[in-house]
Design a protein around this ligand. Structure first.
Ligand SMILES: Nc1ncnc2c1ncn2[C@@H]1O[C@H](COP(=O)(O)OP(=O)(O)O)[C@@H](O)[C@H]1O
Ligand code: SF4
Ligand SMILES: [Mg+2]
Length: 329
C-alpha cells in the first residue's frame, strides 16, 4: 500500500531539550495510525511538525516529511497553509483555544468555504449548516448563530470536526480528540470519526488511552521520551506487547476497567527531555530492567513480522504472551 504521509527519523528540539528524538511513522490511504504515550512523550510535536505548526521556539533538527510525494520540509509557509484543511486537517484537544470566541460558529465554519472555496455568503452559510448537521449538531440552522462558549464540550468538539472536515481533507490528524470529554460523549465522537474512516478518510489519532486506539486504528506507534519504543498492527500489539512500556500502558489504560481490572498506573514519571536517563530512557521505571539497560540504549528493531521494539529483552516480553490482558473496550 502506498503511503500518503511518510515521516522518517524526525527530531524536534527546544534548544537543549530534545523533545522528539528520531521518530518514524507513515499512513496509507484510508487507514488509521495511532500514536500513543504518556503526556510529554512528543506526540503533539511530531504531528505539529508535519503541518509546520510547531511553536516558534521549536526546531525540526533532523528527518524528512513527505506528503503524497512532496517534501514538506522544503515547503514554504504559504504552501503549507494551502495544504492545511484541503489535504491535511487537524483537530486539537482543546477546541476552545482553536475557535474565535467573538465570532459565531456558523460564521467560522462558513469562512472556510468563503476563503478556501471562494463561495459567496449565503452559499457558505448553507454549507456550514450542512457540515454541522453532518456531525450530529441538532438544530444546526439555529445553532450556527451561537458563539463557541454557548456549546458544551462535546458539541464544541463536533464543531471542530465539522471545520476540519469541511474541505474534504484526505488525512485528519486528531490530537486527543476525546480526552476532555465524558465517556458517553467520547463514544459519540469516536463513532463519528469511525463513520468518516469508513468513507475513506485516513487518520492519525493521538491518545494516551489504548482503549481509544483499539477502537479506531489499524496500526500503532508507542512513544516514550521522544522516541518510538514499539510499533505494529493494533491486534498483534494488544495480544502480545513487545515492549515493557506498552505492557505498562495497557495496565494503566482506563479501559482496563472494562476487562474487570483496576487501572494500574506505571510507577514514576516520564523523564525530562533535558536530563534523559543513560542507556534505555525507560530503565528507571521498567520492571524488566537489568544492568545492560542502564548503559546501552536499545535500537528500535524488527522483532516479528511488521513489528518493532526498542527493548534489549523484547523476545522475553513477547514470550510472556498477553498476560496483562486486553484493553479493548
Ligand atoms: N512550548 C514548549 N516549550 C518548551 N518545551 C516544550 C514545549 N512544548 C513541548 N515541549 C517539550 O516537548 C515535550 C513533548 O511535548 P508534546 O509533543 O506536547 O508531548 P505530548 O503531546 O506527547 O504530551 C514536552 O515534554 C516538553 O519537554
Ligand atoms: S531495554 Fe531494559 S529498561 Fe528498556 S524497556 Fe527493555 S528491559 Fe526495560
Ligand atoms: Mg499532546
Amino acid at each position: 500500500m502506498t503511503e500518503l504521509l511518510t515521516v522518517s527519523d524526525l527530531a524536534v528540539s527546544f534548544g537543549e531539550v530534545r523533545a522528539v528524538r528520531g521518530v518514524s511513522f507513515g499512513v496509507a490511504e484510508a487507514t488509521t495510525l495511532a500514536i500513543v504515550g504518556e503526556s510529554g512523550s512528543g506526540k503533539s510535536l511530531s504531528s505539529l511538525a508535519v503541518l509546520g505548526l510547531l511553536p516558534a521556539q521549536a526546531q525540526v533538527t533532523a528527518g524528512s516529511i513527505h506528503w503524497d510525494g512532496r517534501d514538506l520540509r522544503a515547503c514554504g509557509a504559504d504552501e503549507l497553509r494551502q495544504l492545511r484543511g484541503t489535504d491535511i486537517a487537524m483537530i486539537f484537544q482543546d477546541p476552545l483555544s482553536a475557535l474565535n470566541p467573538s465570532l459565531t460558529v456558523g460564521y467560522q465554519i462558513g469562512e472556510m468555504f468563503r476563503r478556501r472555496r471562494g463561495l459567496g455568503r449565503d452559499e457558505a452559510r448553507r454549507r456550514a449548516i450542512e457540515a454541522m448537521t453532518e456531525v450530529g449538531i441538532p438544530d444546526a440552522a439555529r445553532r450556527a448563530g451561537s458563539y463557541p462558549h454557548e456549546f458544551s464540550g462535546g458539541m464544541r468538539q463536533r464543531v471542530m470536526i465539522a471545520m476540519a472536515l469541511a474541505l474534504d481533507p484526505r488525512l485528519l490528524i486528531a490530537d486527543e480528540p476525546t480526552t476532555a470529554l465524558d465517556v458517553t460523549v467520547q463514544a459519540q465522537i469516536l463513532r463519528l470519526l469511525r463513520k468518516r474512516q469508513r468513507d475513506g478518510l485516513a487518520m492519525i489519532i493521538i491518545s494516551h488511552d489504548l482503549g481509544v486506539v483499539a477502537r479506531t486504528a489499524q496500526s500503532v506507534v508507542v512513544m516514550y521520551a521522544g522516541r518510538a519504543v514499539e510499533s505494529g498492527p493494533v491486534a498483534d500489539l494488544y495480544t502480545v506487547p513487545a515492549h515493557p512500556y506498552t505492557l505498562g500502558l495497557m495496565a494503566a489504560s482506563p479501559s482496563a476497567r472494562d476487562a474487570g481490572r483496576r487501572p494500574q498506573p506505571i510507577d514514576g514519571y516520564p523523564p525530562d527531555g533535558a536530563a534523559l536517563p543513560t542507556g534505555c530512557a525507560f530503565h528507571p521505571r521498567c520492571p524488566f530492567a537489568r544492568q545492560r539497560c542502564r548503559t546501552e540504549d536499545p535500537e528500535l528493531r524488527t522483532v516479528a513480522p511488521g513489528r518493532t521494539s526498542a527493548c534489549h529483552f523484547a523476545e522475553e516480553v513477547l514470550s510472556r504472551g498477553g498476560a496483562v490482558g486486553h484493553p479493548r473496550a
